[in-house]
Structures are given as C-alpha cells and as structure tokens.
Write a protein that binds this ligand. Structure first.
Ligand SMILES: NC(=O)c1ccc[n+]([C@@H]2O[C@H](COP(=O)([O-])OP(=O)(O)OC[C@H]3O[C@@H](n4cnc5c(N)ncnc54)[C@H](OP(=O)(O)O)[C@@H]3O)[C@@H](O)[C@H]2O)c1
Length: 248
C-alpha cells in the first residue's frame, strides 16, 4: 500500500488509532474515508461513512456508499474494536463475550467480505487487519478480547494464503498498548505507547515496506515473539497482575 497515493476506507476511525492513522495517511497524500457509528461527531478534512460492523446491512450500505463515491478504493483497514473486562466467575460476562466477538472478529470478517470482491475485480488492493500484542500473550482481564485478536491473526494468515496471486495483499497491524480510550474506565498504564509515536512508527514502516505481512513497531515485539523468545509464561504472569481489578 503506497501511503502517498492510496484511497483507504477505515471503519473505526472516529477516535484513537484509526483517527490518528486517517490523519497521517491524509497528510502523506492518500485519500481517506473514515467510518464508525459516530462519524457525525467528526469534523475532519476527509469523507466519512457511518458503519456499524456488528450489523451486516450497515456494512453493505457503507460498502455501497464508499464504492459509489470512490470506485478507485485501494485499501481497507479493519480498525473497529472494543475491549471490555470480563469476570469469568460470573456467567453474566457472556453478553460481553458475544459483543466482543461480534465486533472484533465477526465485524472484521464482515468488512473483509464486503470489500474483497471489489479488490479481486481490480486485481489489486490491500486489506489491513488489526490484531494486538495481546493476540500473542493474553491479557487475562479481557479474555474474549485476546481470543478475538488471536483469531484475527489466524484469519489474516488464511486470508493471505487464499488471496495469494490475486494482487490483493493482506497485512496485520499489531499494536502494543497504545494510549487511547479503548478500555472504558481505562486501565491504560503509564507505560502505554503514546498514540503519536505509535502512528509515526507504523506509517514509517509502511512507507519503507508497502507490502508487509505484519506491521510491528519495536514496542510490540516482546509480545509478538514471546513464544520463540521463551518469555511467554513470564509475560503472562505479569499481565495477570491486572486481575486485581476483579477483586482477587
Ligand atoms: N489502544 C491499544 O492499546 C490497542 C492495542 C492493540 C490493538 N488495538 C486495536 O486498535 C483498534 C482501535 O482501537 P483504539 O485503541 O483506537 O480505541 P478507540 O479509540 O476506542 O477506537 C475504537 C474504534 O472502533 C470503532 N467501533 C467500535 N465498535 C464499532 C462498531 N460496532 N462498528 C463500527 N465501529 C466500531 C469506534 O467507533 P464508533 O464508536 O464511532 O463506532 C472507534 O472508532 C481496535 O481494534 C483495538 O482492538 C488497540
């Protein structure tokens, strides 16, 4: 994906990482269409399209609106996501589990399915999925979140293999903890990567290698490579400290 000439739809660009990447790509010369449920709140120099990724009809409507106006669409970044703590000792957690899977995993797949035929027809395009360092070592306070991100990683690998040779590239963006409002009530730690630093490094990586399989800033590498580094159990133990928030 050429960051200077692409036309990019980013569902999940009304705040946080998505909005910051939308601004950075616009500044680099690309045309961005920002999506989300609350796009009406945005006043940015790029197009916006309302989309709820948990609603198949909304995804189809958004796809039609984006492609009607931007038939040259060359990339989509599936940024929409939620992260909510769950206490697995309380069966009431299941509503959160369902919502998380519907948004993070099924939402990703709905968006990918909506745009893949367009990219196949063009014989070119980039699909950027968004997982997390927590796909590689789970954060036990948010079990469904980690499960969906591990699933997004696995799905991206299969998608890339199925689309090989079609001209459609699949890249997985793997953020570390970044200072945004992702987790309501927030447990963003003081060590979270500043949003501007994360976006600057990610966009620079894309500028250097426009067709990466994974976009991994330095800060996420310990999680991404924990298994091969032999640090998985140590990191899982450290991440489990946050279970204190559940009163343990
Ligand atoms: N921040 C981190 O530490 C971190 C780390 C690893 C991965 N990530 C991933 O990065 C992505 C962006 O997160 P963020 O940190 O930037 O958090 P954020 O500021 O809360 O952004 C989340 C975005 O997802 C959108 N969204 C949520 N539910 C949606 C739905 N049903 N339909 C359409 N859009 C929906 C929101 O838009 P609306 O509310 O307007 O719909 C918002 O634009 C997520 O996939 C997250 O899992 C973040």
């Amino acid at each position: 994906m050429d960051i200077t000439t692409s036309t990019v739809f980013i569902p999940g660009a009304t705040s946080g990482i998505g909005l910051a990447i939308a601004r950075a790509l616009t500044e680099a010369g690309s045309r961005v269409i920002a999506g989300g449920r609350s796009v009406s709140r945005l006043s940015e120099p790029f197009d916006t399209v309302e989309i709820d990724v948990t609603d198949a009809a909304s995804v189809a409507r958004a796809r039609d609106r984006v492609l009607d106006k931007h038939p040259d669409l060359s990339a989509v970044i599936t940024m929409s996501g939620i992260m909510v703590p769950e206490d697995l000792r309380d069966p009431a957690h299941f509503a959160t589990t369902e919502r998380t899977i519907d948004t993070n995993l099924l939402g990703t797949i709905r968006v990918v399915d909506a745009f893949t035929p367009h990219f196949l027809q063009r014989g070119a395009g980039t699909i950027v999925t968004v997982s997390s360092g927590l796909a590689y070592v789970p954060f036990p306070l948010t079990p469904a979140y980690g499960a969906t991100k591990a699933a997004v990683h696995s799905y991206s690998e299969s998608l890339r293999q199925q689309l090989a040779g079609t001209g459609v590239e699949v890249a997985e963006l793997i953020p570390p903890e970044v200072a945004t409002e992702l987790m309501p009530g927030g447990t963003t730690s003081p060590t979270a990567m500043p949003l501007a630093d994360f976006v600057r490094e990610s966009v620079a990586l894309l500028a250097t290698d426009p067709t990466p399989h994974e976009i991994t800033v330095d800060r996420v590498k310990p999680l991404r490579h924990a298994v091969t580094d032999g640090t998985y159990h140590q990191l899982l133990g450290a991440l489990s400290q946050a279970l204190a928030a559940l009163g343990r």
